[in-house]
Design a protein. Structure first.
Length: 484
């Protein structure tokens, strides 16, 4: 058997070289049985490389005393129990990382992802496009960018760190919104939407989830909740900013201004952020923990299915909210902006509440609560003509929305560990992107065919419930590595 020097788990499969819980290199074969008296392994003190003393001969005591050897973290060739002495993580560094992720998500998701659907009705009116056409930009870009670049982006994050990928993504997103603000043809709409999708993959949730997971452990839920407040705050402000700019300058100028804001807000912070609390050598970067056994686990596919269904439901509702409010309920731009802002304000509370709960309860139950809130919130749209119900929808749906994107990496880190999180979330977010692209297109097609959102919203409710069932089948605490 082999043993993890960090968490002490043992593995009987000789083909496994890395711990599936935390990615540590497994020790030499560990004896399973012996007819002789059991031998207590000698403890090993593992010190950070920056604190290693000059090379000296090992001092070993005779008799019954244990041997204590100071070694480099990479040396694990003997049958020893490892005692790891970790370097304290800088509080200032954690604050910088949290703020960087906050404003990156504020710009990439809050301004770009949530802001663009607010302009769909203007594009329909000016260019004569159908609802299906304006949401098809999101559909086409997610189906192309997600499968082609999602896993590759995760590999880059695990191999080189998230910072450089974030810088590229911020530039892509800024150029995309500036281009969409100055387009005049459908092909230009698709091109810049594709660029925006690349920006989302490179600088959105994926690299920020890994960045936060590297810097935070016990308070990871609260840190993720704080960073994801940026999405809600960006979404609240983008509707109000857009409504004012559209009123005085038109929607073309409004989108151009949003593109410039994305670059100014996010790029400087990402440029100076440190990717990891400890220095990582080139050799350590080259040693990437294997992901093969994770992909063989049924829990991975349950997590992916649950995530896809819920994100599809959320994406379908978000992409059509402004169209529903203005086209079916005849709200003005300001009235629609107020409802959309209330959704994002409620999502702020949702992120804080769900992040707090995730640090105290089993994340499976927090995830179930979130998915049920999404289903209940969308169901209220069937009663949207009743006075006040649309605002109740905004609160319930917003709280669920706040925790939805945030809880997925927390659950994945609990099940599979941090060392494979970049590639793992690359796969999950790619699947989420397909669902997030397909659901709005389906709802738009059903709306154009039936002149009503009833069937489309019903599909979204069912998606959220199927996602809840998939998450209900996940284990409560046990990691996948404990079952292999």
């Amino acid at each position: 058997m082999k043993q993890c020097p960090t968490c002490q788990r043992t593995y009987s499969d000789k083909s496994i070289s890395f711990c599936l819980a935390d990615g540590s290199l497994l020790s030499a074969p560990y004896p399973t049985q012996s007819s002789e008296a059991p031998i207590t392994p000698a403890p090993t003190v593992v010190m950070p490389s920056s604190e290693l003393p000059p090379t000296q001969p090992s001092v070993r005591a005779t008799g019954e005393q244990e041997t204590v050897t100071a070694v480099h973290p990479q040396i694990n060739s003997t049958n020893e129990r490892t005692i790891e002495i970790s370097t304290p993580i800088s509080r200032g560094g954690q604050i910088q990382v949290a703020l960087t992720s906050f404003f990156a998500l504020f710009a990439i998701v809050g301004l770009a992802l949530y802001g663009l659907p607010f302009y769909y009705d203007r594009m329909v009116n000016e260019f004569g496009w159908s609802r299906a056409q304006v949401v098809s930009g999101n559909f086409a870009s997610k189906l192309i960018v997600g499968p082609l670049f999602g896993f590759f982006a995760g590999w880059i994050v695990d191999r080189f760190g998230p910072r450089r990928l974030m810088l590229v993504g911020i530039v892509f997103a800024a150029i995309a919104l500036i281009g969409l603000g100055n387009m005049n043809a459908l092909w230009m709409f698709y091109f810049f939407y594709l660029l925006n999708a690349l920006g989302y993959v490179c600088a959105g949730p994926l690299p920020n989830q890994v960045l936060l997971s590297r810097w935070f452990d016990k308070s990871r839920g609260k840190a993720m909740g704080f960073a994801y407040l940026g999405i809600g705050l960006g979404g609240v402000l983008v509707f109000q900013i857009s409504a004012v700019l559209m009123e005085f300058f038109g929607w073309h100028v409004a989108l151009t201004v949003l593109g410039v804001l994305i670059f100014i807000i996010a790029f400087p912070l990402a440029f100076f952020v440190k990717e990891s609390p400890t220095a990582v050598s080139a050799k350590e970067k080259a040693q990437i923990a294997p992901i093969g056994n994770v992909l063989k686990s049924p829990f991975f596919y349950l997590l992916a299915i649950g995530s896809m269904c819920s994100i599809g439901a959320v994406g379908g509702a978000n992409q059509h909210l402004k169209l529903f409010l203005s086209g079916d309920l005849h709200f003005t731009d300001r009235e629609a902006a107020n409802v959309a802002s209330l959704v994002l304000l409620a999502s702020l509370a949702g992120r804080l509440i769900m992040g707090w709960l995730a640090d105290r309860l089993a994340k499976k139950y927090v995830m179930l609560l979130i998915y049920l809130l999404v289903a209940c919130g969308i169901s209220l749209l069937f009663l949207a003509t009743v006075p006040g119900v649309i605002y109740l929808f905004a609160i319930v749906f917003g709280i669920g929305l706040g925790g939805d994107y945030m809880i997925i990496p927390l659950m994945a880190a609990d099940l599979f560990g941090v060392k494979v999180l970049g590639r793992l979330m690359g796969i999950v977010l790619t699947a989420d992107g397909v669902a997030e692209a397909t659901a709005p297109l389906l709802v738009g097609t059903l709306r154009d065919a039936t002149r009503s959102y009833v069937i489309g919203f019903g599909v979204l409710v069912m998606l959220a419930l199927v996602g809840a069932v998939a998450i209900g089948l996940l284990p409560r605490k046990t990691r996948v590595s404990d079952m292999l």
